[in-house]
Design a protein around this ligand. Structure first.
Ligand SMILES: CC(C)(COP(=O)(O)OP(=O)(O)OC[C@H]1O[C@@H](n2cnc3c(N)ncnc32)[C@H](O)[C@@H]1OP(=O)(O)O)[C@@H](O)C(=O)NCCC(=O)NCCS
Length: 167
């Protein structure tokens, strides 16, 4: 297999993205049309990990508001006018392609945030990935009451995390 590399996701990648999502996150199902909306609203943040002709993973991110999370499997409808972070909705990679690829995806999103004058990255850690995200500079943030209620839909150990980008 050639060395996988991140590239911008195209509409034709949706089937592969959905298949990987269903395999990696069977407990957090989202319909393909919900994933496709993110690609349409913010193509710059949506990447696939291309390994030759195959897709080995995806990362979806979009501008959002701190202390807010979009409900799973719901349309965003539009991006907020007053976005103050880039929210990493999900990064999922097939086991055989892992190793350094979350770091490289986050580096690409960091560049994107800086070029959009957004100084914070946000995410919800699931599947026990909190330590991994800490390695990438994210820190757990105490959720406010509204966020706590919404986090429950992401599973028992879901943790809201932020990374402030150094100037
Ligand atoms: C999350 C995922 C994309 C990470 O891919 P990856 O290529 O293994 O990630 P990286 O190697 O870039 O990891 C980033 C850092 O975390 C470390 N790390 C990786 N897995 C780890 C783990 N299980 N526990 C602690 N640290 C971990 C890496 O060593 C690396 O640190 P380093 O660069 O200082 O050595 C992959 O594990 C995955 O698809 N998991 C299932 C889906 C998922 O849970 N996604 C996250 C949703 S919030």
């Amino acid at each position: 297999m050639s060395k996988p590399r991140w590239r911008r996701a195209h509409a034709s990648d949706l089937e592969a993205i959905s298949a990987i999502a269903a395999r990696i996150h069977p407990d957090l199902p989202e319909s393909p049309s919900v994933l496709a909306e993110k690609m349409r609203l913010y193509p710059d943040g949506c990447r696939v990990l291309a390994a030759g002709n195959a897709i080995a993973g995806y990362g979806l991110a979009h501008p959002w508001m701190q202390q807010r999370i979009p409900p799973l499997d719901h349309f965003l409808d539009r991006l907020p006018d007053a976005a103050d972070c880039i929210y990493l909705h999900d990064v999922a990679v097939l086991p055989e392609a892992r190793g350094g690829v979350a770091r490289s995806y986050v580096a690409e999103i960091e560049r994107l945030a800086r070029s959009s004058s957004l100084a914070t990255l946000a995410l919800v850690s699931v599947h026990g990935t909190r330590v991994l995200w800490e390695r990438l500079g994210f820190q757990p943030v105490t959720p406010d009451a509204a966020l706590s209620a919404k986090l429950a839909s992401y599973g028992a150990n879901a943790t809201y995390m932020l990374r402030r980008l150094a100037p």
